[in-house]
Every structure is written in structure tokens, then in C-alpha cells.
Ligand binder design. Structure first.
Ligand SMILES: NC(=O)c1ccc[n+]([C@@H]2O[C@H](COP(=O)([O-])OP(=O)(O)OC[C@H]3O[C@@H](n4cnc5c(N)ncnc54)[C@H](O)[C@@H]3O)[C@@H](O)[C@H]2O)c1
Length: 351
């Protein structure tokens, strides 16, 4: 019997959502699988994901068909795929936080209360909610997780707010028999994944890293938002502890977003330096410079996680499914090395 479609709601129609949704249309239109990390996850193809609902609080997106909202300011993603009219009109979201001055200068807010969001998710018969709102809006992200739970929809948290690592929220999802995964998406090949992957490689070659740092600069609304000092410190701490999952005693590591460069657009440049020791204590220095695109970096991971969450629900799993969180996110309940997390995910969901 053919499987039914996975009904998804995106919250926060920014650059990550725009690229991911473009990818859904791109790979469902007979263009082949090139660039697609895992064509089949949990028995589902990309064409089995259907976006049925969308929320944002920016008046330049609210009330527009998704096909238009995906490319509305302040989004700066490349248009890689024409999107036909979808019939999905972006609905007002909720906002329970005070905006920091960087976000306040960019967003023209239209909002509704949580009850309205619950009704909208129920009416749209949503299986999975993907939360890609701006980071630092902790009360709002928690309110969205609660709204999804009330509406009986599983929740994918791309933001750094503690949701899938919050025991009370995890318990509430478990009671409802639905899944919550997160927190803080790990880009397919961003600075953190590359940093962690290189550590694995060095160690597999018998080299002992002793010190490493990662400095990121980028453009776009989310990087500007991260210039807010408290948020910058918090994200630095999340990235550093994610990398710490790979490292051994006595290794010093520093990692974080360091600056906003407007003309980089949705691109991010990462500078990585490793100091390591080899044979008889000889010194090895490695410098790496990576330029990648934030939106593109989110696409494969989000569509893999969505399909895996659907499969986990079908298999009767609920609460935080660690095998999915460890694969797709930086801040997780269980500590697992990147190589092991990917192997486990692929063996369970990509057969
Ligand atoms: N792209 C990646 O690879 C990646 C990696 C890690 C984490 N993330 C996280 O994903 C999230 C989205 O990143 P992005 O680059 O797409 O950001 P973005 O700034 O491009 O988009 C954020 C969107 O959220 C909307 N928004 C803000 N508050 C909202 C609210 N209360 N309700 C509904 N919509 C709201 C904004 O209007 C905007 O459309 C961020 O939290 C970021 O930290 C992304």
C-alpha cells in the first residue's frame, strides 16, 4: 500500500525554510538525486513531504502564498527552483519575547496568540512542525512546541532554544505519543560538522590534536541577530560543547560566530585552525577556510529528519528519539561522536 504524504508546517519562513522548501520542489520534479544526501529515509522519498501550513510574524510574509513569501525580504536566498502557487497562505505566528535591537530593526511584526496557532495546526492536520524561527526567542519557541504538542503534531527544533533537551517538554510529547527532536540544527557541512569531522580524521590517523579554534563570519538576518551579545555568547557555548563531544582530555577548543558582514548574504565563511602533535611530538598545524551557504546547509538535514520522525512515529516511538537528534543537531541529550551518530542514523533509517 503506498504511504501517505507527510504533512509538514514550517514556522519561520526565513532563509533555511526557503531553501528547504525549494529543495522539496526541486527534487520532486524529475531533476535526479544529485546533491541529495539520502534519497530515501524511513521508506519515504522527498516527494512524500508536503508543506501544508506556514507561519511567520513579518508583515512582508504574512498573508502571502508560500511561493511568494519564500522570496520576500529580508530573505536573501538564491532562487534555485520556480515554485508554483501552493495555496498555502502564510499565517500570523505568535511572539512572546521582546525582540533584541538587531531583530527589532529588521522585522515588521504581525502576530496572534497561541490558541490561534493551535487551531491553525489542528485545522491543517499537521504531522510534523519544523521550527526555523530566529534564534534567541526562547519563550516563543517553547510556546510553539507546546502548541504543536496540543495539536498532536511532532516537533523538529532547528533553533538553539532548549526544547528536545527540556525534560518537561519531552515528557509532554511522550504522553501524547508524538516525537520531539533537536536542538540547534547541525548544518550538513558547516563549521561545526567540518571541525568535528576533521577531529575524527586526525585521530583515526594517530595524530593528537591539542588545540583548535573556529571563527565564523556571515551575512543575513540570523547572523545579524547573533551580533546581540548574549545570543552570541550562548551560540558560542553550544558550538563549543558540540565540538567537545569529539575531543579528549587536555584539548583546548574555541568556536563561535565572530562577525556580521552584510555583503556575504546567506553565505558563511569559517576559519579553522588545528594544532596537533605527531611522531615524537612533532608539531602539525592545519588551517582550513570553508565558504558555505546557510540555507543550502540546512536543506538535506531538515528533509532527512522530517522523514525519520515520521518513521519513528509509525514505529511507535515517542518523546526525544536520540538516534535522530544526534544525527541532525548540535545540542542533544545524549553525547555521541559525529561519525557514530551518522552511522546509527543511516543503519536505522536509510536502508
Ligand atoms: N541554516 C542552518 O544551517 C542552521 C543551522 C543551525 C541552526 N539554524 C537555526 O535555524 C533558525 C532559522 O535560521 P535562518 O537562517 O533561516 O533564519 P532567518 O533569519 O533567515 O529566518 C528566520 C525567520 O523566522 C521568522 N520569525 C522570527 N520570529 C518569529 C516568530 N515568533 N514566529 C514566526 N516566525 C518568526 C522571521 O521573520 C524569519 O522569516 C535559527 O534559529 C538558526 O539558529 C539554522
Amino acid at each position: 500500500m503506498p504511504k501517505r504524504k507527510i504533512r509538514v508546517a514550517f514556522i519561520g519562513i526565513g532563509n533555511s525554510a526557503s531553501t528547504t522548501i525549494q529543495g522539496l520542489f526541486y527534487y520532486s520534479s524529475g531533476r535526479g538525486d544529485s546533491g541529495l544526501w539520502h534519497p530515501i529515509v524511513g521508506g519515504y522519498g522527498v516527494e512524500d513531504i508536503e508543506v501544508v501550513a506556514a507561519l511567520d510574524v513579518d508583515s512582508r510574509k504574512v498573508g502571502k502564498d508560500l511561493s511568494e513569501a519564500l522570496f520576500s525580504e529580508p530573505n536573501i536566498v538564491e532562487k534555485r527552483c520556480e515554485i508554483p502557487r501552493t495555496g498555502v497562505i502564510v499565517e500570523k505566528g505568535l511572539l512572546e519575547d521582546e525582540l533584541n535591537p538587531y531583530l527589532a530593526s529588521q522585522l515588521k511584526v504581525l502576530k496572534q496568540d497561541k490558541e490561534g496557532v493551535v487551531e491553525y495546526l489542528k485545522k491543517s492536520n499537521v504531522d510534523i512542525v519544523v521550527n526555523t524561527i530566529s534564534s534567541g526567542l526562547d519563550k516563543s519557541s517553547i510556546a510553539y512546541a507546546n502548541a504543536a504538542c496540543e495539536a498532536g503534531a511532532s516537533f523538529v527544533n532547528a533553533t538553539p532554544t532548549s526544547i528536545a533537551t527540556n525534560p518537561d517538554i519531552v515528557e509532554a510529547f511522550k504522553k501524547k505519543g508524538i516525537v520531539v527532536v533537536g536542538d540547534d540544527l547541525m548544518s550538513q557541512l558547516g563549521g561545526t560538522a567540518l571541525h568535528r569531522g576533521l577531529v575524527h580524521f586526525l585521530k583515526s590517523r594517530g595524530i593528537k590534536p591539542i588545540r583548535s579554534y573556529q571563527l565564523d563570519v556571515g551575512g543575513g538576518l540570523e547572523t545579524l541577530n547573533t551580533m546581540y551579545e548574549d545570543l552570541r555568547d550562548f551560540k558560542k557555548q553550544v558550538k563549543t560543547s558540540s565540538i567537545a563531544e569529539e575531543i579528549d582530555e587536555g584539548w583546548e577548543v574555541v568556536s563561535g560566530t565572530t562577525d556580521y558582514v552584510d555583503f556575504l548574504g546567506n553565505n558563511r565563511v569559517t576559519y579553522l585552525q588545528f594544532t596537533a602533535t605527531g611522531f615524537m611530538g612533532s608539531s602539525i598545524i592545519i588551517n582550513v577556510n570553508l565558504r558555505s551557504n546557510d540555507g543550502m546547509n540546512a536543506g538535506n538535514v531538515i528533509i532527512d529528519v522530517v522523514r525519520a520522525v515520521m518513521k519513528a512515529r509509525e514505529d511507535g516511538l515517542s518523546g526525544n528519539v536520540s538516534d535522530i537528534s544526534n544525527y541532525g543537531f548540535k545540542k542533544t541529550l545524549e553525547k555521541k561522536r559525529i561519525h557514530d551518530a551518522t552511522m546509527v542514523f543511516e543503519s536505522k533509517y536509510c536502508k
